[in-house]
Design a protein around this ligand. Structure first.
Ligand code: PHB
Length: 400
């Protein structure tokens, strides 16, 4: 169409029209939870994506991005799949982004393979998701990034001989359990109980699960819940039932101390130890600039978190593709541009592993400490540039 219109113009006008013809608009479908109990996740990631574009006006090389937002509502996968289908067939998007919950990404994977639409995952953490399609790239994390090294650390450095594991009963929860167990038992620990704790759509009453843990008296209680309201309720129940006083350490991936929930967790959170790749407290220049821009845009009481950083980095990845391909998105060239892409993220240096299309990032052992009337995240140890251990060790579906 653009070409036909240009042809109709006179010679002088045509010369003027040339630069405009090069500036393309790239359509990106963004599928995330924007309503219901998990609405805050979509908002965090969206804010970070918008902020990246605002802070980097030249990042698109003069091209434009049109973000077409769709609400995946509940985390079951069916709604997301329908939306992805519509975004591909009706809106004709060039790329897809977002995907908070693993079932949403899992259900959508066959569609992006079939239509060849690059899909940038900005949260969904089940390790093997990236094995489902050659058009998937992930800027967030694999559940194994944190859970597997946390298992080794708990056995060796926290002196936990026994551990109970609690997990939200869906793919990333099962993945986190498997990864922790492999790391923990490989380092000489013993998992004495495995407790499914409800589903991601509703926050359960954690009391019966945590009472069961208290009765078992393990040294450590390793938990994965999908952050947000789940994490806040978990830590509250941990405090209310006196598990720490009973000598049971609460450990997990960073999801259980999400920055947006940390301050409200209060005393119960002090002394928790997690493995993580981002906290708003990180002391590096890229993060200082990110947090400062966030506060200026969204207010001093608002904070970025691990979901936001994946949105920021994911938008940087999309911008990299748009700029590299001069706004003309060929799916295979887009994937080539992303494989091996390096970025100075607020979380530290990251790379997209050219072999797996998953993120490579530093993992930190972090302790929650109280200082100046606030809770802070103190880095105790760093494991540099971790590749998804599930794929490195070729476990189960990660081997395919
Ligand atoms: C996921 O569904 O993959 C998921 C959701 C929330 C998290 C982590 C993983 O905090």
């Amino acid at each position: 169409m653009k070409l036909l219109r240009t042809v109709a113009l006179g010679a002088a006008a045509m010369a003027l029209a040339v630069p405009a013809a090069h500036a393309a608009t790239v359509k990106v479908g963004v599928v995330m939870t924007f309503s219901g109990v998990n609405a805050e996740y979509g908002e965090q990631i969206m804010r970070a994506m918008d902020l990246y574009l605002k802070e980097h006006p030249d990042a698109l090389g003069g091209n434009k991005i049109e973000l077409i937002k769709r609400d995946s509502k509940n985390p079951g996968g069916a709604v997301a799949k329908t939306e992805v289908q519509e975004l591909i067939t009706r809106d004709k998007v060039d790329m897809l982004a977002g995907f908070v919950f693993s079932p949403d990404a899992i259900a959508s994977a066959p569609l992006v393979t079939q239509a060849k639409v690059p899909m940038i995952i900005m949260n969904a953490g089940t390790a093997w998701i990236t094995n489902l399609s050659p058009y998937i790239v992930r800027t967030s994390f694999s559940m194994w990034h944190a859970a597997y090294p946390m298992g080794g650390y708990a056995a060796k450095s926290l002196a936990c001989k026994t551990a109970a594991v609690g997990y939200t009963d869906y793919p990333p929860g099962k993945d986190s359990l498997e990864a922790f167990k492999k790391g923990f038992e490989g380092a000489g620990g013993q998992v004495v109980d495995e407790i499914p704790m409800g589903n991601p759509a509703q926050v359960p009453d954690f009391t019966p699960f945590l009472q069961r843990v208290k009765d078992k008296k393990p040294d450590c209680f390793y938990v994965f819940v999908p952050a947000g309201p789940h994490a806040a309720a978990l830590v509250k129940t941990y405090g209310d039932l006196g598990l720490r006083a009973a000598g049971i350490k609460l450990i997990g991936p960073l999801d259980i101390i999400q920055d947006t929930k940390l301050q409200q967790m209060g005393k119960a959170a002090e002394g928790m130890v997690v493995m993580g790749h981002y906290a708003a407290d990180y002391d590096n220049p890229a993060n200082k600039a990110f947090v400062k821009a966030w506060h200026a845009a969204y207010g001093a009481d608002s904070t970025p978190d691990f979901m936001a950083v994946a949105g920021w980095d994911g938008m940087a990845a999309i911008a990299h593709v748009v700029k590299t391909l001069h706004g003309k998105i060929d799916p295979d060239k887009a994937m080539k541009a992303l494989e091996g892409w390096k970025f100075n993220s607020p979380r530290g240096p990251i790379m997209i592993d050219p072999m797996t299309r998953d993120v490579v990032q530093n993992e930190h052992v972090e302790e929650v400490v109280a200082k100046g009337g606030r809770l802070h995240v103190k880095v105790l140890e760093t494991i540099p540039q971790v590749k998804d251990p599930c794929k490195e060790l070729k476990v189960g579906k990660c081997a395919q």
